[in-house]
Design a binder for this molecule. Structure first.
Ligand SMILES: [Zn+2]
Length: 402
C-alpha cells in the first residue's frame, strides 16, 4: 500500500474481512428470489438493521406498478418487494449514489439454497457474488469512509427486482441518480476480475396480435390469421439485426385448433442496441414493421415494452471516474483490467441519467446465475478498502480528475 498517504492508511487500517464475511453468510442464507416477497421482506429488514450503522435515515420504498402480458394477451400486474434507500447528508453539495440489489435469480423452490466452502478462499453459495457479498462490501466501505471526516453526501439504493430488469425500481433509480457526481454499483467483477466498461441496452417486448377466427375449411378467407402475422413480424424483426443491434424473437403464444383460423397470438422478443442511436433506429423499425404487418394481414397489433435498460455509453466523465478507481486500485496493490460486456444492469439506468457509473465494484467470483456461483473471500476486504479509498479521494479532490 505504498501509494497511500498517511491519512489514507489510517482510514483503511480498520477494514477487516471477518465482519464482511459474516454479513455475506447471514444474507446468503435468506432466499430472496425476485418473486419471493417474504424472503425479500426478511432481507430488507436485515439490511435496514445493518445499514443503520451508518448515519442518515433508512427507508423502504414501495415498488412502482409493473404489468406483464400473459399468454391470452391480457396485462396483469406483477408484484415486487420494497426497495431500501439510505440518505446520508442530503444537504451536501456534492453527492454520490451507491446501488445494489437484494434479489437473486434463485426461487424459493430452487435446489441451490446453502453455502459451503470449496477451499479456504472460495465460498460457494446462492447470491454470494451476485450480490450479497457486494452489499456487505458496500456497507463496510461506507463505514470506513465515514471514519475519515467525510463531506460527501450519498444515497444508497438496494432494489428488490434487478434480476428481472428493475422495472419496479427504474423510476426510483432515475430519481436518486439525478444530479449525482458519480455512482458505484456492486455487481461482481467479470470472470477473471475484469471491470465492465460499456454495456449495450436491452428491451423486452410483447406484441399482442388480434386477427379474426373463421372455419379452416368452410370460410378461411374470412379469417385473419394472427399466428401468421406474428411469424411475419418475427421475420421482419430478425431482419433488423445489424452491427450494434441484436434482436431475438423468443416465443410465440396463441394459436387455435387445426380447423380454426387463429385470432390471437403474442410475440415476445428481446432487443439489445449498443448505442442510443441504434435504440432510436430500432424503435422506428419496430413501429414500421408493426404497421406493415397490420396492413398486410389486416390484424390489430398492440406493442408492450420498451428499452428498459438504456445503452451505457462511456463519456469523458466515465473515463475520469475509471481513472480514479484504477489509480486507487493500483495504490492498493489490486491489479485491475477493463472490458466491454454484453450484459446489462442498473448501471445502464444510472448512466442514462448522465451520471458516470462504475458498476462492477462488488466482489470477485464467478458462475453467477448458476448452481456453481461462488465468491473469492479475499476480495471482500480488498473491495471494501477500494470503496473507502475511492469515496475518500472523490471527497478530497473535489471533482473528478479529467
Ligand atoms: Zn447482480
Amino acid at each position: 500500500m505504498s501509494g497511500l498517504n498517511f491519512e489514507e492508511q489510517a482510514l483503511l487500517a480498520p477494514v477487516e474481512r471477518a465482519p464482511i464475511l459474516t454479513h455475506t453468510l447471514d444474507w446468503a442464507a435468506i432466499n430472496s428470489g425476485t418473486a419471493n416477497l417474504d424472503g425479500l421482506a426478511a432481507m430488507a429488514t436485515r439490511l435496514a438493521d445493518a445499514f443503520a450503522a451508518l448515519p442518515g435515515e433508512v427507508r423502504l420504498v414501495d415498488p412502482a406498478p409493473v404489468e406483464k402480458v400473459d399468454s391470452q394477451g391480457r396485462t396483469r400486474e406483477v408484484v415486487h418487494g420494497r426497495h431500501l434507500v439510505l440518505s446520508v447528508r442530503p444537504e451536501a453539495e456534492r453527492r454520490v449514489i451507491l446501488t445494489g440489489h437484494m434479489d437473486t435469480v434463485y426461487p424459493l423452490d430452487h435446489p441451490f439454497q446453502i453455502c459451503d466452502w470449496l477451499d479456504a478462499n472460495t465460498l460457494h453459495g446462492p447470491g454470494t457474488a451476485d450480490m450479497k457479498g457486494g452489499l456487505a462490501v458496500m456497507l463496510a466501505g461506507l463505514a470506513a469512509y465515514e471514519r475519515g471526516d467525510p463531506t460527501l453526501g450519498y444515497d444508497v439504493l438496494v432494489n428488490s427486482d434487478e434480476e428481472t430488469g428493475s422495472l419496479s425500481s427504474a423510476p426510483l433509480i432515475a430519481d436518486l441518480a439525478r444530479g449525482k457526481l458519480a455512482a458505484l454499483t456492486y455487481e461482481p467483477a467479470l470472470p477473471g476480475g475484469q471491470m465492465a466498461r460499456a454495456r449495450p441496452g436491452s428491451g423486452n417486448y410483447a406484441v399482442v396480435i388480434h386477427g379474426r377466427s373463421a372455419h379452416a375449411g368452410r370460410n378461411p378467407e374470412d379469417g385473419r390469421n394472427a399466428l401468421l402475422a406474428a411469424s411475419d413480424l418475427a421475420l421482419r424483426l430478425a431482419a433488423m439485426r445489424r452491427p450494434g443491434l441484436s434482436v431475438n424473437p423468443a416465443k410465440i403464444e396463441g394459436g387455435a385448433p387445426n380447423n380454426t383460423v387463429p385470432d390471437l397470438a403474442v410475440l415476445h422478443f428481446n432487443m439489445r442496441p449498443a448505442t442510443p442511436e441504434r435504440a432510436a433506429e430500432a424503435q422506428a423499425h419496430i413501429t414500421a414493421a408493426v404497421a406493415q404487418v397490420s396492413a398486410a394481414h389486416e390484424v390489430h397489433l398492440h406493442v408492450h415494452g420498451h428499452v428498459s435498460r438504456p445503452p451505457k455509453a462511456i463519456t469523458d466523465k466515465t473515463e475520469a471516474l475509471y481513472g480514479l478507481v484504477s489509480k486507487a486500485a493500483a495504490d492498493l496493490g489490486q491489479p485491475m483490467s477493463w472490458k466491454d460486456t454484453g450484459g446489462v444492469c442498473d448501471g445502464n439506468n444510472i448512466a442514462a441519467c448522465g451520471v458516470p457509473v462504475l458498476d462492477t465494484m462488488g466482489v470477485l467470483g464467478g458462475s453467477i446465475h448458476s448452481p456453481d456461483e461462488y465468491l473469492l473471500a479475499d476480495s471482500l476486504d480488498a473491495r471494501a478498502r477500494l470503496t473507502a479509498l475511492v469515496l475518500h479521494r472523490l471527497d478530497r479532490h473535489g471533482v473528478l480528475p479529467t
